[in-house]
Design a binder for this molecule. Structure first.
Ligand code: NCD
Length: 346
């Protein structure tokens, strides 16, 4: 693995498995049963030039849970980039201040360009419609945990990716990571004009997976193991696209009716979030809240151990973790959400 995490292209299957095992070791800390100070004294710089809630806060929390502290800036308005500073200068300056950097930026390739000017590890927190490697890692971690819970093998699994597959960076990174696994079946469903880029379809096919496209969700998906829904990324539309794309029709909606009629009782539903819950948005429906098939909050929870694993690996402290553990002394609720259930293996 390179000193940075800019794209999932830098990961092979061994590296992914290694990070998953490391994330498993982080679970007691992420679930607030144990505390470590292994990154005591280290500082993370979080540079977010695009909207974010979970990526920014979870990187922040993951670093703090390893004992480090965080400095962050959000938006261009309050950064010197608003005064015309280059990515190169900002990168070199930040490298002198902090020990690791997470960056999110609206332009594809910008985080890689930024990383060229520093030896401090840089993590791509999303570069426009490009990639979102840490999200893909927490997604495969989630998939592996859900399959283990259901007692199903991952080899040969059928995954359905739906929504905005053109501009959604999470699915771009995810499909590349999935292509490292034993042969899978991947079905793509997106509204016209928002299809998965062809080079990614070709890559997955060239690695021996069965990949097909369906026109909508108005079909039978009874053998689908995982549905990965995504938000329509209107903020990335060209003017032409904005004009022609009105709204997502009911044929693309993942809701309780769709799951009950067309899927199976063990289908796992994922989404990188945020889901657009405004009326008419037709994103992943809130009528699935409380349904055990809805894995979205288990998925967000998994972001902490996986991001801790990424930091521990890039900052080379993974062997120190076990040495430094103490018990938590503050109040920790039994579950983090009011709708959470303790899911037993089925
Ligand atoms: C996504 C992103 O920013 O790419 N969110 C996330 O990081 N979990 C998805 C989105 O914005 O739709």
């Amino acid at each position: 693995m390179s000193p940075h995490l800019l794209s999932v292209d830098s990961l092979n299957r061994d590296a992914v498995d290694h990070l998953i095992r490391l994330a498993e070791r982080m679970e007691p800390i992420a679930q607030r049963r144990q505390v470590t100070r292994v990154l005591e004294g280290a500082v993370l710089g979080n540079l977010f030039f695009e909207a974010s809630t979970r990526t920014r806060i979870s990187f922040n929390a993951a670093f703090c849970r390893l004992g480090g502290s965080v400095c962050d800036t959000t938006g261009f308005t309050f950064s010197s980039m608003a005064k015309g500073e280059s990515l190169y200068d900002t990168s070199r300056v930040m490298g002198g201040y902090v020990d690791a950097i997470v960056m999110r930026h609206p332009e594809q390739g910008s985080v890689a360009e930024f990383a060229e000017a520093t030896r401090v590890p840089v993590i791509n927190g999303g570069d426009g419609p490009g990639e979102h490697p840490s999200q893909a890692l927490l997604d495969v971690y989630t998939i592996s945990k859900e399959f283990a819970r259901l007692g199903k093998p991952l080899a040969g699994a059928h995954l359905l990716l739906t929504g905005d597959l053109k501009y959604g960076r999470t699915v771009h990174s995810l499909i590349k990571l999935l292509s490292l696994y034993d042969p899978l079946r991947i079905t793509l469903v997106s509204p016209p004009g928002l299809e998965m880029p062809q080079h990614l379809v070709d890559l997955v096919a060239s690695r021996g997976h069965r990949i097909e496209t369906r026109p909508s969700l108005a079909e039978d998906f009874a053998d689908v193991d995982v549905i990965y829904a995504t938000r329509i990324q209107r903020e990335r539309f060209t003017a032409e696209m904005t004009e022609s794309f009105t709204e997502l029709t009911a044929d693309f909606v993942v809701d309780r009716g769709f799951l009950d009629r067309r899927c199976s009782p063990t289908t796992v539903v994922m989404h990188p979030l945020p889901r657009d819950s405004r009326p008419g948005a037709n994103d992943l429906s809130t009528d699935l809240n409380g349904d055990p098939r809805l894995a979205i909050f288990r998925q967000t929870d998994n972001g902490i151990p996986m991001r801790m694993a990424i930091f521990a690996h890039l900052l080379k402290v993974e062997e120190e973790i076990a040495r430094d553990l103490r018990e938590v002394r503050w109040f920790v609720p039994e579950t983090f959400g009011v709708d959470d259930r303790t899911l037993k293996a089925q």
